[in-house]
Design a protein around this ligand. Sequence first.
Ligand code: UDP
Length: 459
Amino acid sequence: MAVRRGHVIVIPHAAQGHLAPLMKLSLQIAAHGVKVTLVNTEFIHEKVMASLPAKALEEDQRPPISLVSIPDGLEADDDRRDYVKMTESMRRVMPGHFMKLIENINSRSNGDEKISCVLADTAAGWALEVAEKMGIKRAAVLLSGPASMALALHVPKLVEAGILDSDGTLKTDEPITLSEDIPSWSSSELSWSCSDDPVMQKLLFAYVSTAAKTFKFAEQILCNSFHELDPAAMKLIPKALPIGPFSTTNHFETFAGNLWPEDSTCLTWLDKQTPGSVIYVALGSTTMLSPNQVGELALGLELTALPFLWVVRSNMTDGSTAEFPKGFMERVADRAKLVQWAPQEKVLAHPSVSCFLSHCGWNSTIEGLTIGVPFLCWPYFADQFHNRTYICDVWKIGLGLEKDENGIITRNELSSKINTLLSSDEIKANSFQLKGVARKSVAEGGSSFKNFKGFIDQI
Ligand code: UDP
């Protein structure tokens, strides 16, 4: 490894979809000889350590980064799914702990070991304010798609023009358009839109509205995307530096930043399946389905008569463990594999996988498109609806599932869309083509490769 220069401190927001990509980025930076300290809340840190496979703690497997933690201000048994309480507490106590942590590191370090750069998740923008106060170089890391951020940055103008009200509700029948090359947002596709929960919508909108302020403190915005993927949206984000897709450093792949232990038995199961036959079903870390919807999904998968690998998290249904229709497990036993948490990128890259039934979270979107797997889109929340529009209408690498009049995605909808997806040569060809562009961007001489190298040179 090259001689270490500089010391970067990385701070993700306390959630699976934020930690995993920042873990990857930290390992990528460390691979260039830069010292990296990654800061989690104590609650998340404990989960990460408990989810590591035993071999990850062996001397030669330890990652070249320090994993440390600070309090989030809540009690051990407080409900961390209470978004309001959680964000209020983190915002109140974490800046002070973060500043103290940097002071401690600096007081016992010399020269190159002192913190030279703060990298903060855009959802932990307060860390950039701390960095500015302390006179440290700083960059924000954008973990959603560029279009969502472009929209967030336009919020003040949209409110001023009366297009949005102060709670984020669209006041006209016209969708929001930022540029003719970016798909418009209908009212249900706005990343803060929650028609059935106005209090939540208000909160999310207040959070999204702070984007411009966060960006003021950042000297650069590192994006987990590549320029060619969405040049029009990238143009609307000042200081954007696309350096993605962030990639797993093979040697330290056990350090995936998981909050649940990975069940790698699904890889040996995949080895036994026919190439290009398996439907991979994973709806991210927070999606929740009604028991009725879980049943329809199960019956839809059964109806396809194809093998499937389904990630069924213990908290996938609200308050109860998932229950499958009577006899389902017995009927599909010879062609189904269910796990609580999968090594997703390895699964997607497995030759047995044919398609990805996804909730379209940005990480899953960028992982699936980089590996070249066609999507079946089932968005649930936030920016996932607009990501679906990109997947289906802009890149044309997948199909969307439609709900029926009762708000359910039925077994027939599922099975017929899977059949249509798998027989589409056009979607397969587009997926293959986009994968090539993604790979080229991070290969030597590519756009993200050059941007990342420039960033490393600066720190
Ligand atoms: N993931 C995983 N195993 C699973 C399901 C998901 O490793 O069984 C990872 C996935 O690779 C991605 C992250 O969890 O990196 C989910 O992030 P995303 O933005 O797609 O969705 P979120 O969980 O934030 O809704």
